[in-house]
Every structure is written in C-alpha cells, then in structure tokens.
Design a protein around this ligand. Structure first.
Ligand SMILES: O=C(O)CC[C@@H]1NC(=O)NC1=O
Ligand SMILES: [Fe+3]
Length: 401
C-alpha cells in the first residue's frame, strides 16, 4: 500500500460538534490509514519524500457513509407510484398484492445472481457520489432462505466494490404470507431459525425491526432485541415513523446503535437516546416521498445533544432515491438542519450509527477514506443539486475515483 500526502486543501475533519475546518491543510496517508494531519507549510520532513497530491485548495472531507439502506431488492414499484397518482389508495394497492409484499415476491423469485445484478448498480451509484461505507438491510426475503440470500448479496457487493458494507438483519420488516395473522409465530421463527442462521454464517452485523402500528409491536420488537443480544449483535430500530410506539426508548434501553425515521419521536424517547448514546438517523427521502407533514423534533434532539445522522433509506416503496447528497439537500430544505449538521450527518454520526466509532473523521489512526470535492464552501453541496461535485475518492488509502 503506497504512502502519499494530499496537501493544499480545506480539510473538514468533522470534530465532535462542527466541521473542524483547517485551511491549507495536508494529510499524510500510510498503509491505508491517516498518519498525520496539519498545515501544508508545517509538513514534517519525513513526509516530503512521499508522493505529493496537490488538492488545489479544494474541500477534503471523510468519504460519506450511508447508514440506512434497503439496497438489495428485485422488481419495481413504479407502477404503484403511477396508480397512486391516478387516485388509487395504499389500501387499494395492498389489496392487489402491492406494497412491501410485491417486492418480497419479486425478491424471492430472483436468483442470487439476478438480485446481485439488480442491486450492484445502486451501490455503484452511491460510490460515484463519494460514499465509502454503506449499510445494507435484509427485509424483502421474510423467509430463512431469502433473508440469507439478501445478506449474501450485500456481502458480494462489498466484495465487488472498493467500499465497506455493513449488513443488518431486518427479517422483522413485514409479515410474510406464510404467517398471515400470526405475527408472534413469525417473530418466534426469526428468533429460532433466521437469526441463528445469519449469525452462524457471519451474515449479520446488527439487527433491526420495523416497530410501527403497521409493523411489529413493542413487545415483539423486544423479543427480537433479546435474541439479538443473546447472540451478541447490536440493535437498531425503525422507530416512530408513523406513530409514537415508544420504540426509541426501547432501542435506547438495549444500548442500540440508532433509532431511525423519528417523525413522531417524544422528548422522553430523546432523553433515553441521549443517555444511551443512540444516534438519531433521519430519513428525509421517505418523509419527502411519502409527503409526510410531521417533522422530526430537530430542536429537541439538538437541546439534548443527540447525534443526528442522515441516510437515503434507499428502498422501492418509500424512498426510491439512491442519492446521499440529495438527502443533505432535503435535510436542510425540509428539516432545516444546518449544512454543518448535514455534513456530520453523513460522516461522523453516520459511522457512529453503524458502530464505527471515530470513523467518518479526518484524524490520525482513522482509515484513509477521503473525498476531495469541487466545492469552494461546504454548504454548496446542501444548496445546489444536480451536478456531482466529487473530484476524487480514496478508500483505505486507495484512489478509487
Ligand atoms: O415500502 C417498502 O418497500 C419499505 C417501506 C419502508 N420500510 C419501513 O420499515 N419503513 C419504510 O418506509
Ligand atoms: Fe428503512
């Protein structure tokens, strides 16, 4: 692995609560890690013989982390989108077999290779936007064979592309037809069969549940969390998306990595998250696409010091938007986050939501996952949309674009 220096950049190091901007900075990279960060003018002699990369005053940040995606799916829900625009209701569409279960049907029918071929371009798109770490959930298989198939495809994406993939078991995403009207039975199947198999095959690094009035109850969620804990896996939760199920307090009780969506989050849930260090993952794409009107309690999250992350929630039903910089734009435009919060939301805090403490920063000892941007100010990526501002991307010190 080569050693080199990127110099003459505005480095956004992503310190605890701000961008940590350093003008005319230099970063020395050795063996895929950051070896030194400081002013270009004070570069130590031992680095001066290394290959020098002139950043020409551009903005250098950590590469981006998309900490919440359902990236592996087959089929399309574009037809439902057209039906709804012609006046069909969700109930009409569900009655015709649409919704999540139509994606489950297509994902089950796809071979592993077909699923990989359908999903790889989505990861390639994120990589082209400067994303170096993606979380990929299961949740469209809803059976032992098909949940493991999804997770294997997620692993293959990480093997095929120069980016890091973190996998999450979300078997408790919806009720499969085989367990119609028997949600408790399905939860027991997850606990007895799907989760142990995913653990035995090293396919899951966290466990997630859709805790919602149209998903699984708080009690069913807790059964899954107890099983995940018994297997030594951390938990995260689709929480308070459409109602307040007090799921955020539950995932915080289990020292969960994150609570995600959070439009209906209460202050007691926020207090629990703050005490546990649970990250608030906001998903403005789903809010926008579903035309939600209830904003997450951003000011309360700020007051209680809960770290805020932002992710695509890329999925065919509520956020068919595989574009992380767009989420920064929507987070500022719709949720009124500041550009600084948006940047921290796709770097440092997003990495923390995946248990990758310290990643998503430019600091000595961190993996050299770095992005150089054609931006003269950080806020430009939140303000304008359409032209890809990525200039260069390094993952573990290897230049990938
Ligand atoms: O409609 C889909 O395919 C997924 C919807 C998605 N899943 C979830 O738990 N919340 C959502 O918005
Ligand atoms: Fe989601």
């Amino acid at each position: 692995m080569k050693s080199f220096v990127i110099h003459s950049v505005h480095a956004a190091c992503m310190t605890a609560n701000d961008l940590g901007l350093q003008a005319n900075a230099a970063v020395a990279i050795e063996n895929g890690q950051i070896a030194w960060v400081g002013s270009t003018t004070s570069l130590p002699d031992r680095f001066r013989s290394w290959e020098q990369y002139d950043g020409e005053g551009k903005l250098l940040t950590p590469s981006l982390t998309d900490c919440h995606t359902h990236l592996v799916w087959a089929g399309s829900r574009a037809g439902e989108f057209r039906q709804r625009l012609h006046g069909a209701s969700y109930a009409d569409i569900a009655a015709q077999g649409g919704g999540i279960l139509s994606t489950v049907k297509a994902t089950r029918a796809a071979t592993e290779n077909e699923l990989f071929a359908a999903s790889l371009p989505r990861a390639q798109a994120l990589l082209s936007q400067g994303v170096g770490h993606i979380e990929i959930k299961s949740g469209y298989g809803l059976s032992l064979v098909d949940e493991l198939k999804q997770l294997r495809v997620a692993r293959r994406i990480g093997a095929q592309l120069p980016l890091k993939v973190t996998t999450t078991l979300l078997a408790a995403h919806a009720l499969p037809p085989e367990f119609k009207d028997d949600a408790d039975g399905y939860i027991e199947h997850i606990i007895a069969d799907i989760l142990p198999a995913a653990v035995d095959q090293g396919l899951a690094e966290a466990v997630d549940v859709f805790c919602e009035n149209i998903g699984f109850t708080r009690a069913q969620t807790e059964r899954v969390f107890q099983a995940a804990q018994a297997h030594g896996l951390p938990v995260k939760l689709h929480a308070e998306q459409l109602s307040d199920q007090d799921g955020s307090a539950l995932v915080a009780h289990y020292q969960g990595l994150s609570a995600d969506h959070l439009e209906y989050l209460s202050e007691s849930g926020i207090r629990a998250m703050a005490a546990a260090g649970t990250v608030a993952v906001l998903l403005p794409g789903a809010f926008y696409f579903l035309r939600e009107t209830k904003l997450p309690p951003i000011d309360l999250l700020r007051q209680h010091g809960v770290p805020i992350a932002i992710a695509t929630d890329a999925n065919p039903g509520s956020s068919p938007l595989v574009q992380l910089p767009l989420m920064m734009h929507l987070a500022c435009s719709l949720f009124r986050l500041t550009p600084e919060e948006a940047w921290l939301g796709v770097t440092r805090h997003a990495a923390a939501a995946l248990g990758d403490q310290g990643q998503g920063t430019i600091a000595v000892g961190q993996r050299a996952d770095l992005a150089l941007w054609n931006l003269s100010a950080p806020e430009e990526i939140c303000y304008e949309f359409g032209i890809n501002p990525l200039h260069s991307l390094w993952i573990a010190g290897n230049q990938v674009s």
